[in-house]
Design a protein around this ligand. Sequence first.
Ligand SMILES: *Cc1c(COP(=O)(O)O)cnc(C)c1O
Length: 439
Amino acid sequence: MSTTVSTKSAFSGAPDTMDQISADVLEHIGSRDPEAARILAEEARRQETTLELIASENHVSSTVMHSVGTWMTNKYAEGYPGKRYYGGCTWHDAIEDLARDRAKALFNCAFANVQPHCGANANIAAFMALLKPGDTVLSLPIKSGGHLSHGLKPNFSGTFYNIVDYDLDPETERLDYDAIRAIARECKPRLIICGYSAYSRTIDFAEFRSIADEVGAYLMADIAHIAGLVASGVHPSPFPHAHVVTTTTHKTLRGPRGGLVLSDDEEIAKLVDRKVFPGSQGGPLMHAITGKAIAFGEALTPEFRSYQEQVVANARALAEALVEKGYRLCSGGTDNHLMLVDLRGRDADLTGADAERWLEAAGMIVNKNGIPNDPRPPMVTSGLRLGTPALTTRGLKEPEMVRVADWLDRVMTSKGDEAVCDAVREEIRVFCGDFPLPH
Ligand SMILES: *Cc1c(COP(=O)(O)O)cnc(C)c1O
């Protein structure tokens, strides 16, 4: 049985709400490959008519969107600007230099490698630069808000390195720097990792560096989630504290999907370059690097700072509205762009998996997420992770966060009742018409 719709007539043209360039691109693809164009049009429609609350997602500008579908995709550019293994790289050198220079300006550091294909690849390169297989790494496990590339068993990190966990304080559900220091003294790690996927509080990078210095470890800050906040000064910078900083480019930073490694240390920088290429990747995705250059340019504008301030203000407003309705937030709230909702605070039987499914039926896209010490398994969970970067890109502000909280609560209180989900779905579809995707 196939679920693929494959009739040639199925592509019925670009949605009329779409900006002209995107519509032209879609019509063009549709004239040659209607089957693929139909899928693209459906996905565009899905994004236009639903609310994106996944904390790690965003909507790129149309400039970034179209820049990743260009001539730059046609080139092998193994190596680095001025030192390529293939001819014809003049303009690839130019765009990669532009991306590197803008990344350095954005994060105020001396070195940037813009080639990692994703955040996990940036971490592979950083691990290879700083560690030998078997070395000890101290990190927060995924079940407490860390990332799988920080030491999960089946991941490269958990396979090739000796991972020691630190954890959140069980009472405050926040980082406990004294406890982390005590574990570091005991296990003598070669690398300490800070930076998370589901942690809603400010990270004290200076405190982490003081722990690293005490035990002779490197400090790596993985700012994949908060990179946009950091670039705008809305969250403290990991510089000058971290030896190496890794990030994605597609979360709060609002660029194309990709990774980035930053450092102020010339020796570490040289090692990172070698470990990205040829250590762990072949030819760079030059079309994605083009998108990174443009996204970094956008991030250097005053408008981007205002955007990040609004992201944080919206998260606070959404958090307050949910608390008012009786939901419990892990750590009691948020300092950044995301929050972790403990659904048991509202209803002991609610699971993250049910809520995720019901909310999608009602036009709100979220992800279930384990909460600290979650008794339920990872495919069920007792929590939801909610973030405001994508909603803020569409222009939603504090008053709209109250409406979003209402919709979330109506669906969850009804336990996914079909009539309620349908009604909310329709309200959201109409509402989205007033908040178009970036043009
Ligand atoms: C998202 C994320 C990554 C990995 O990003 P991918 O691009 O999916 O590989 C790495 N670290 C942290 C903390 C993240 O949240």
